[in-house]
Design a protein around this ligand. Structure first.
Ligand code: HXC
Length: 510
């Protein structure tokens, strides 16, 4: 018996060494942790249970039958994050560059199936060179199996991809179909084809970072939802994110104990809005003062900064926040902001996370660049997402809500359950200057008349009351009471239930 146990331990030790100490050292030298070290950091201490540690590839091409490494380049299993079950796979770059073989894919498919059955989130840690070149179509088939499961699980369990090294070829498309992608700055990159292929095909010379580093995907392309400094910070932030997410689409938003009084008043909010309506202020200040303990996890903070999206908690329960940001482009809605917010709203709706929308928007961004870029379709995505959402929707207009953007930003008309406005709100088709120049065009030469007309327009329309008189705004609330009013609204809406007509699926303007 002792012999058998010793042999098991030897096999386990060999498997844990992956591609060997030299490759582990090389991994560390690049500032990266190993697949197993990453799992240790992501999960609660001692909670990891591994599957398929002894799986080996079955390839016999190119001398592969002589190179078998237990585990075959990916570590899979489950564990807990702050006591809640999660499934994961972690690519081991020390084994054939983490490349995907038929058996490697089968290991991933097994945890995907298990996560779906158990209705628990799945996290993929990527550090890999794409399809195992020696296996050819067997590897491609494996990718297809993984992709299909990503789609079947979409909207049922949260799926998170963390890019912690190279991620090329087939490896990029699985993350692209998950809910969130996060990257590690300077040591990770994602692209369909690498710099060498790019040079051959297009003659373009680029580095891996320029082609698909975090500086590209978290800032310009929006493929990634955020980037962190190193492996350790990234994994700790993933633990924080998981705390905000439900286990599945029917479990409801998670709740955590909080010391923060939901009735907390914040008098500083009464002076947040500057006297000059064209002066910016930081909408994040309002979010941080509304959420429990100032704890806010921002999604896509470096892309389309004119809109802020992210998770916070109110009275202990997760809430998705969508907020125009007057500090950037005056908080205008453009194509990027619309896309970013639409995706976030759809995630929250799919997973029953209530949405709080904070509005200060001067309208949609005019111009050829936006129109040529498809602003109509992109703006429609956000309008569609809100109109389709059945989760509790609480909206607070702090200042401007102009034009079509008023409708889009979770107005009463598209499904807002409780729509509040601060006394400083201005709800109108457009600002006073533009409006007067159109409807009183004949008076344009007469400065006094124009000034009088402008004052008249401002007094009549640039307030919350025209909307409130029609019931489009449920109440005009004091800024200092915003947290309390939101908390009460969310508590009242807890049992919200809305039936949509039966259909196969909608046809979102993608
Ligand atoms: C087999 C691979 C491999 C792969 C890397 N290795 N990629 N083995 N299949 N795809 C092995 C290397 O041979 C090497 O083995 C070890 O992993 C480390 O690789 P290095 O090249 O030394 O590391 P590095 O310089 O850091 O470069 C990493 C890399 C590069 C950028 C990922 O290896 C690379 O470009 N690999 C190929 C990427 C690729 O084109 N993949 C196929 C994509 S096509 P030794 O023994 O020397 O340590 C694809 C199609 C799927 O994925 C489409 C589905 C939709």
């Amino acid at each position: 018996m002792k012999d058998i146990i010793e042999k098991l331990e030897q096999r386990r030790d060999a498997a844990k060494l992956g591609g060997g100490q030299a490759r582990i050292d090389a991994q560390h030298k690049r500032g990266k942790l190993t697949a197993r070290e990453r799992i240790e950091l992501l999960l609660d201490k001692g909670s990891f249970e591994e599957f398929d540690m002894f799986v080996e590839h079955r390839s016999t091409e190119f001398g592969m039958e002589k190179q078998k490494i237990a585990g075959d380049g990916v570590v899979t299993g489950w564990g807990t994050v702050n006591g809640r079950t999660v499934f994961l796979f972690s690519k081991d770059f020390t084994v054939f560059g983490g490349s995907l073989s038929e058996t490697h894919a089968q290991k991933i498919v097994k945890v995907q199936d298990m996560a779906l059955k158990a209705r628990a989130p799945i996290i993929g840690l990527f550090d890999a060179g794409g399809a195992r070149i020696q296996e050819g179509v067997a590897a491609l088939g494996g990718y297809g199996e993984v992709f299909k499961r990503n789609v079947i699980a979409s909207g049922v369990i949260p799926q998170i991809s963390v890019i912690m090294g190279p991620c090329a070829g087939g490896d990029v498309y699985s993350p692209a179909m998950t809910d969130f992608i996060f990257m590690v700055k300077d040591t990770s990159y994602m692209f369909v084809t690498g710099p060498d292929v790019v040079k051959t095909v297009t003659n373009e010379v680029v580095t891996a970072e320029e082609l698909g580093g975090a500086s590209v995907h978290a800032v310009k392309s929006s493929v990634a939802d955020g980037a962190f400094e190193n492996d350790v910070e990234t994994l700790l932030q993933m633990r924080r994110l998981i705390d905000f997410l439900p286990s599945n689409n029917t479990s409801g938003a998670p709740e955590w104990p909080t010391q923060d009084d939901p009735d907390r008043i914040d008098n500083s909010l009464d002076t947040l809005i500057p006297d000059n309506p064209n002066k910016p202020y930081d909408m994040k200040e309002l979010i941080l003062k509304v959420v429990d303990e100032g704890d806010f996890f921002e999604i896509s903070p470096a892309f389309a900064k004119n809109i802020v999206t992210g998770f916070g908690r109110v009275a202990g329960r997760s809430v998705g926040f969508v907020a125009n940001q007057p500090m950037v482009l005056a908080g205008v809605l453009d194509s990027d902001a619309s896309r970013k917010a639409a995706r976030f709203v759809r995630f929250c709706d799919a997973f029953e996370i209530p949405i709080v929308t904070l509005v200060d928007v001067p309208g949609f961004l005019p111009g050829t660049a936006q129109e040529y870029g498809g602003l109509i379709k992109h703006g429609a995505k956000l309008l569609f997402a809100y109109s389709q959402a059945t989760v509790p929707l609480v909206t607070v207009i702090t200042r401007k809500a102009f034009g079509g953007a008023y409708d889009v930003m979770a107005s009463k008309h598209v499904g807002g359950d409780l729509n509040y406005a601060w006394p400083t709100a201005q709800i109108a088709v457009m600002g006073a200057k533009g409006a007067v120049e159109i409807i009183f065009r004949a008076d344009i030469g007469d400065a006094d008349k124009i000034a009088a007309r402008t004052r008249e327009y401002e007094e009549r329309f640039l307030s919350p009351f025209v909307a409130a008189e029609r019931g489009y705004i449920d109440d005009v609330i004091m800024p200092h009471s915003t947290r309390k009013r939101i908390a009460r609204a969310l508590a009242m809406l807890r049992g919200k239930s809305v039936e949509m007509p039966a259909r196969k699926h909608d046809n979102l303007p993608v």
